[in-house]
Design a protein around this ligand. Structure first.
Ligand code: PEP
Ligand code: MG
Length: 756
């Protein structure tokens, strides 16, 4: 507590009691709040104590103060993000400053008369993980508030947040438009992480238990409750690990780390300390949680940030155990949409899959754990929804539109009706695709088109049979590396490739060697920051450097997993024939190495190059004779052809693969492959979109590999396509002078009754 000489120091317990007494009477809300400000100021030996609450507009209004000019109450309003108060709302954590006016975010408001105050301590009022206001103390002299003063103010803020939100103590009518629970319909734009549509009700992942009882008179009893809950939590994690060992595959290692966190001594020590200071076990969990948030929550390092999410998740679980329902899986409504800042590795698996309709995340990226698992489980997911958690409450109706990468919160009835229509159409189409599953994909004029599936984790293979794909045309091996905490060793790699080959049940699998770098960064791999990562040290460049160590290890694991069966392997981002030659030489060396040790060599070896770097298009005469096959990564090829970052929404969709330059390049590749009789496939996203796939077939391609959801729609297109007529139609389009020929392709497809 405050340390001014001669002042009686009072602990948080007596302070909280005084606050409760002040709030309990029948006085008007404003008077109660003013009293609380006074109590806090006296107790903390602060000259100022003020409360700001968020208005619907996002502005922070001064609601009560001790020490600032009372005339500023309900007059001073700070814009969203303005001043130190705005900064705290944004960060969701305390700011402790000895010289507040020197802080870049400081905003001077003359009406408050605050210029003589130098020291500033502000903490957010958090409710359900959402900042609904800020509590501030200030002092004239320059000082840094001690750690326990910060903690005490956080506890007071916790109590105030509950009181404000409950409306029991403060007359909410008097504070009527305080943004406790947003009501308006909202539409948020984010990023599509796993395709699909869903309509349901919001289930908050992070705030299952509200802590109401904060103080205890029996610390020993609280410590016993805490210990019991921790033991239950650890047993639950063990059980989860055991139960899911087989299906989790590469996520298993992640759960191990999670288990270690739950056994962390420092975590337990902080909890016990907090309970011994007089808090209930629940309040102790909240207090330790805010320490974590304030400590590493804002770290830029992605590894540390991931750990913070795991810790948050552990805290939530512990609260559930303390509430007595930790052992049970959370009861979900029938149409649950999970709302979270981000999800840990185990989270999605723990919810009842039959009731989970969709996921909305404030953070997350296409390569995040949650996105990878959501795609594997076929749950629509939209991420990067800024401010999501502040805008949605438990039970709100919500829509996940992962076709467009949007979320609708409390949607209007017309939006719901439109979505229901789209859902109906989708369900009907799914049923049609399922019926086509075993029908071979022949065009009307008899050309066989081979439709394959892209995958990246062992769990993806579970739906291979459902899609009717003829195999895996692209297995992105780097996903295993991205969900791991450290570089997967030889054994872990061999196990994964073995599982994949087994799950494919004899269907062909083309493994692509590591395609890391660019946007696929690994926290544990020490790579210098690059100005242009997409053009930097990535993919095969990384594989071949440092004496080819990464590539050798991976090929060794692939050969071991093949165990004398067929091995199909290809290299990403080959930009020169030398790179392919060098990579292929390593394959030969590794096979010789295995044979020297008496291990079986692959019965059939197929080594291919991905065509993703435009330069190679003009050197196919040299490349093709060296390869057994090639596969076109159109995602990268288009990014480099149009100089437009595929991951940057501002430019990613600016250029069209259905344009004369792109189609001519694709035609050149197809012609060169046909002439040299080199098998060629297309494995970028465009292969999974019916209109683009129609164009590829017209250009002569007959092998397409795509995300699982594309197989049905593309097969339906193939079955109604007359390839020769399509080819003739494309002759003119290739010579076109427009930047995009999408509408012409659409007209042609319609004319040929390929699409309706
Ligand atoms: C591509 O670039 O088209 C491709 C298939 O590879 P990735 O999307 O993994 O870069
Ligand atoms: Mg690529």
């Amino acid at each position: 507590m405050a340390t001014a000489p001669g002042v009686a120091i009072r602990g948080p317990r007596s302070l909280l009691r005084q606050i409760r007494e002040a709030m309990a009477g029948a006085r008007p809300a404003q008077i109660k709040l003013d009293m609380v400000m006074r109590i806090v100021a006296v107790s903390m030996v602060a000259e100022v104590c003020s409360l700001y609450l968020a208005r619907k507009s996002g502005e922070q209004e001064l609601f009560a103060t001790e020490g600032l000019d009372p005339g500023a109450v309900h007059v001073t309003r700070l814009k969203p993000g303005e001043g130190l108060v705005g900064e705290i709302m944004k960060l969701g954590r305390p700011l402790n400053l000895s010289d507040a006016p020197a802080h870049p975010a400081f905003s001077y408001r003359p009406e408050t008369g605050e210029d003589p105050f130098h020291s500033f301590l502000g903490v957010p009022l958090l409710r359900g993980g959402r900042a609904i206001g800020v509590l501030v103390v200030q002092n004239r002299t320059s000082r840094v508030y001690a750690e326990d003063e910060v903690e005490d103010l956080q506890i007071i803020a916790m109590v105030l947040a509950e009181m404000v939100a409950s409306g029991e103590v403060i007359d909410l009518a008097g504070l009527k438009d305080v943004e406790i629970a947003p009501q308006r319909p909202e539409r948020l734009r984010g990023q599509k992480l796993a395709d699909g549509l869903a309509l349901g009700v919001a289930v908050l992942h992070e705030a299952p238990v509200a802590v109401s009882q904060l103080l205890s008179d029996d610390p020993a009893a609280e410590e016993a409750r805490l210990n019991e809950a921790i033991a239950e939590l650890q047993a639950q994690i063990d059980e989860m690990l055991e139960g899911h060992q087989a299906s989790l595959g590469e996520s298993y290692d992640l759960l191990e780390v999670y288990k270690q966190l739950s056994q962390s001594r420092s975590w337990r020590h902080s909890l016990v300390e907090a309970v011994r200071s007089g808090l209930t076990a629940e309040a102790a969990v909240e207090r330790v949680r805010s320490e974590h948030r304030a400590g590493i929550g804002q770290a830029r390092d992605p590894y540390l940030r991931e750990r913070v999410h795991d810790l948050e998740d552990l805290n939530d679980r512990l609260l559930r155990h303390l509430a007595g329902d930790g052992g049970k899986a959370r009861l979900l409504p029938d149409n649950a949409i999970l709302i979270a800042r981000s999800l840990g590795p185990a989270d999605l698996l723990e919810y009842d899959r039959t009731k989970l309709r969709g996921v909305l995340l404030e953070e997350g990226s296409a390569a995040s754990h949650a996105a990878i698992v959501a795609r594997a489980l076929d749950i629509p997911c939209v991420g990067r929804l800024v401010g999501l958690r502040d805008k949605v409450s438990e039970g709100d109706p919500v829509i996940v539109d992962a076709e467009s990468g949007e979320a609708y919160l409390r949607p209007r009835p017309d939006v719901v009706a439109a979505l229901q229509t789209r859902l109906g159409v989708r369900a009907q189409r799914r049923a049609e695709f399922a019926r086509l599953r075993d029908t071979p994909a022949f065009t009307r004029d008899g050309a066989k088109i081979s439709l394959m599936m892209n995958a990246g984790l062992a769990v993806d293979l579970e739906i291979l049979g459902e899609t009717g794909a003829e195999g895996i045309g692209l297995f992105r091996t780097e996903f295993q590396f991205m969900v791991a905490e450290e570089l997967p060793r030889f054994n872990a790699q061999t196990q994964l490739y073995t599982r994949v080959l087994e799950a494919a049940k004899g269907l062909p699998v083309t493994f692509r060697t590591l395609d890391l770098g660019g946007d696929k960064l690994l926290p544990y791999l020490d790579v210098d920051r690059e100005d242009n990562p997409a053009l930097g040290w990535r993919a095969i460049r990384m594989g071949l450097d440092r004496n080819g160590t990464l590539l050798k290890l991976q090929l060794r694991a692939l050969i071991a997993a093949t165990r004398g069966r067929e091995l199909r392997v290809m290299f990403p981002l080959i930009a020169s024939v030398e790179e392919f030659r060098a990579a292929r030489a390593i394959v030969d060396q590794e096979i010789a190495w295995a044979e020297r040790r008496g291990r079986p060599a692959p019965s059939l070896l197929r080594v291919g190059a991905m065509i993703e770097a435009p330069a190679l298009v003009w050197h196919l005469d040299a490349l093709l004779p060296m390869t057994d096959f090639v596969s076109i990564g159109t995602n990268d090829l288009m990014q480099y052809m149009f100089a437009a970052d595929r991951g940057n929404p501002r430019v990613a969709d600016r250029y069209d693969p259905l344009s004369p330059p792109a189609l001519r390049a694709l035609k050149m590749i197809q012609d060169a492959c046909a002439e040299s009789r080199t098998p060629v496939s297309v494995c970028g996203e465009m292969a999974g979109r019916p209109l683009e796939a129609f164009a590829l077939i017209a250009l002569g391609y007959d092998q397409l590999s795509m995300p699982p959801g594309g197989v049905g729609p593309v097969k339906q297109m193939v079955l109604s396509c007359d390839r020769e007529a399509a080819r003739r139609g494309f002759d003119g389009l290739l010579r076109g002078s427009a930047g995009s020929v999408r509408s012409e392709v659409e007209t042609l497809a319609r004319k040929l009754s390929v699409i309706t």
